[in-house]
Structure formats: structure tokens, C-alpha cells
Write a new protein. Structure first.
Length: 342
């Protein structure tokens, strides 16, 4: 690397720039080194057609699927916290966290709790080894920061994104604790895998029908800990209220609508008018009239529910969408009525 010529066009290099050259070169060397240690994982914005290698019951009502490429090629890299968008045989899309080992480049593992026989989880539970599934991703909405100490809190199926984080923290010799809660041990997936970790004294399992007190969830946090939490909405909300340190969390279902105002959706010019209550999303209201309306994450990040807006002003609530459209799972009307292009 050479120092550029003087800023004022004189043939001699500027003294300050000459001094900066070795600093910049050193920085470049360091960046290259750290990039080798930690490959950047970008969202893969294309479909992958995978075959289901195995289906295994891993707890009451929970199956784990291992997915692989039919051509035996390695899969795109992923980091703990990543999920796949799974396109189900019916065409519905649902998100499932990757819960295998990020070092395994040949298979992805997801685990799915049966929520409704008619829903996407019901479709997954019908799949058998040999079936083909199209997925998008991996995408990361729950990034794991490489800095401990950690307190992981998982409720039920919320263990799926947490398990690879625990594995990585254990592998790196970080200071970590896991509090894992569920209705009963039989309903909690991957207890045996947690038992097989070299440091099981760091795992506390709370199996009870009673909702755990937030002090039980946070009691194991050491000073300076970052909390990573995934589980039922009320559990996440309790931790958010109580924990003042760094907190990272992921919801599998939408947060309740708080502080919203009622408005109306008109379905096309001259079409039926659907009221949206203050405490519901436009998606919920729209699905009463049009039950087939597509949705997926219900949190404003997948884009499945995007519809055109013909008239009215929309508040997007943080969602990034092209002009003239809205995400009905999170966006609301700024005035009394919006007319949708549906
Ligand atoms: C990032 C992410 C990761 C996830 N990872 C996992 C995972 O690893 N494992 C796992 O089992 N699940 C995971 N989920 C949840 C999963 O994507 C599905 O939501 C779940 O399987 C239920 O889907 P379903 O189609 O069976 O149920 P649905 O029929 O979609 O119903 C699910 C629940 O939502 C309610 N509901 C239905 N429609 C609406 C609506 N329009 N508005 C509001 N509420 C509604 C229902 O009453 C029900 O309680 C994840 C979700 C996200 C966002
Ligand atoms: S359902 Fe994913 S953005 Fe609305």
C-alpha cells in the first residue's frame, strides 16, 4: 500500500497520510484474520429444495426433522439464532429455528411442536422420511453475540434457537447458565442432549404446570450477563420488565397489540368494510372475512402478508415496505379507514 500524494497536489506524500498507511494496513490484516475465524453468514435469499432424512419424536407433541440436499452438497452456513422459512406442501410458510449443530454442513435440524392439526405444524407432523421440502434462508432475527457471560432462558419449544447458542458457548469455554422451563420433562425436547454436555451443572430444568416466577428465571444471572430468552410471550414479557442488562429475545408468536386505536379496512374500492379492534391486528380482522389470507411470522419481518393500499394513510410500526403497501400483521391505519387492494 502506498501513501497518496499530498492533498494539495505536491509530489511529496502528505506526512499524516504516510503515518496512517501502516495503521490501515495493520487494520486490514486484522480484519482478514477475524473474517477467517468467523465466516460472515448472509441471508440466503433463494429457495433450497431439501429432502427429509429423518423424523424423530423428541418430546410429547414435538418432532425433529433432519433435512439435507438431495445432491449431497453442503448446506449454506448458519449461526445460532437462525431460522428457516419452510414452505409447506399446502403453500403456507412457517418459520422454524435451526436447532442442530452449526458445524454440521450436511444437515439442518428443526423441531416442531404440534400447535394445530389444521395448521402448518400439523402439516410438518404428517411428513415422513423421503418427503421433499422447500425452504428459504437461513435468516437470523435473533443474533448471538460472541460475548459472555450468558444466561439462556428457554420455555418449552423455545429451546430450539437456544440449544445451538448453548453448544457454542460451551465449546468456547464461556461462562454460561441455562434455565429451561416446561410443563413436564416429557414435554421438553433435547433434555438428553443437554445432559450430555460436559458441564451439566450449568443447566437448571424447571418442570412444572405452574408458571415460574421471574426471580426463578433470572436468579442464575451472574454480574454483567447477557440474557438470551425464547419461550411463551408472557415469559418473555416478564423477563423484559425485570432484567435491566443486555437482553436478546425471540418470539414465535406475535406480541399482543397494546395502545392501538380501532380503524376500518375496506377490501377493494366499494368492497366490504371490516372493523379492526384496538387490541387486534389488521391481519386477524382480515382473516375473519378472508380466512385464506396468507401470513407467516406475524411480526413484520417475512413479508408474506404484504398487500397494496389503494387509499388511506398507514403507520408501518417499524416495518420496511415499498410505498403503497402495508404488512397487515403489524401496520395500522393512521386515520379511520384504509382501502386495501385485495
Ligand atoms: C422466528 C421464528 C422461529 C420459530 N421457530 C419455531 C420452532 O423452532 N419450533 C416450533 O414449533 N415453532 C416455531 N415457530 C412458530 C411456527 O413458525 C408456527 O407459528 C407454529 O408452528 C404454529 O403454526 P401453525 O400453522 O401450526 O398454527 P397457526 O394455525 O398459525 O396458529 C398458531 C397460533 O396463533 C394463533 N393464530 C392463528 N392465526 C392467527 C392470526 N391471524 N393472528 C394472530 N394469531 C393467530 C392461533 O390461535 C394459534 O394459537 C417459530 C416462529 C418464528 C416467528
Ligand atoms: S406475516 Fe410476516 S410480515 Fe406479516
Amino acid at each position: 500500500m502506498h501513501a497518496p500524494t499530498d492533498l494539495y497536489g505536491r509530489p511529496r506524500s502528505d506526512r499524516l497520510l504516510r503515518a496512517l498507511v501502516p495503521v490501515v494496513a495493520g487494520y486490514q490484516r486484522l480484519s482478514a484474520l477475524s473474517a477467517r475465524r468467523q465466516p460472515t453468514v448472509r441471508a440466503v435469499d433463494r429457495d433450497l429444495v431439501l429432502s427429509v432424512r429423518t423424523v424423530e419424536a423428541v418430546a410429547e407433541g414435538v418432532v425433529a426433522l433432519r433435512l439435507a440436499r438431495a445432491d449431497g452438497q453442503p448446506l449454506p452456513r448458519w449461526r445460532p439464532g437462525c431460522h428457516l422459512d419452510v414452505i409447506l406442501p399446502s403453500g403456507r410458510r412457517r418459520q422454524y429455528s435451526l436447532c442442530g449443530d452449526p458445524l454440521d454442513r450436511m444437515t439442518y435440524r428443526i423441531a416442531v411442536r404440534l400447535v394445530s392439526d389444521d395448521g402448518g405444524s400439523g402439516e410438518i407432523h404428517q411428513l415422513a422420511a423421503g418427503a421433499t421440502l422447500t425452504v428459504r434462508g437461513p435468516r437470523n432475527a435473533f443474533p448471538f453475540v460472541d460475548r459472555g457471560p450468558y444466561l439462556f432462558i428457554a420455555g418449552g419449544i423455545g429451546i430450539t434457537p437456544i440449544l445451538p447458542m448453548v453448544r457454542m458457548a460451551a465449546r468456547r469455554g464461556a461462562d454460561w447458565r441455562l434455565v429451561y422451563t416446561g410443563r413436564s420433562r416429557e414435554s421438553m425436547p433435547f433434555l438428553a442432549e443437554l445432559d450430555a454436555l460436559p458441564t451439566t451443572d450449568r443447566v437448571r430444568v424447571l418442570a412444572s404446570e405452574d408458571v415460574p416466577a421471574v426471580s426463578d428465571l433470572l436468579g442464575d444471572a451472574v454480574p454483567g450477563a447477557s440474557v438470551y430468552c425464547c419461550g411463551p410471550g408472557p415469559m418473555i414479557d416478564a423477563v423484559r420488565r425485570e432484567w435491566t442488562g443486555p437482553l436478546h429475545f425471540e418470539r414465535f408468536s406475535p406480541a399482543p397489540v397494546l395502545g392501538g386505536a380501532p380503524f376500518e379496512l375496506q377490501l377493494g374500492v366499494g368492497g366490504p368494510v371490516v372493523p379492526v379492534a384496538a387490541d387486534e391486528s389488521a391481519l386477524e380482522a382480515l382473516r375473519r372475512e378472508r380466512p385464506g389470507t396468507a401470513y407467516s411470522c406475524r411480526q413484520g419481518f417475512c413479508g408474506t402478508c404484504r398487500v397494496g393500499v389503494l387509499a388511506g394513510t398507514v403507520e408501518h410500526h417499524g416495518a420496511a415496505v415499498p410505498d403503497g403497501s402495508m404488512l397487515v400483521c403489524v401496520s395500522r391505519a393512521a386515520d379511520e379507514r384504509i382501502v386495501l387492494d385485495v
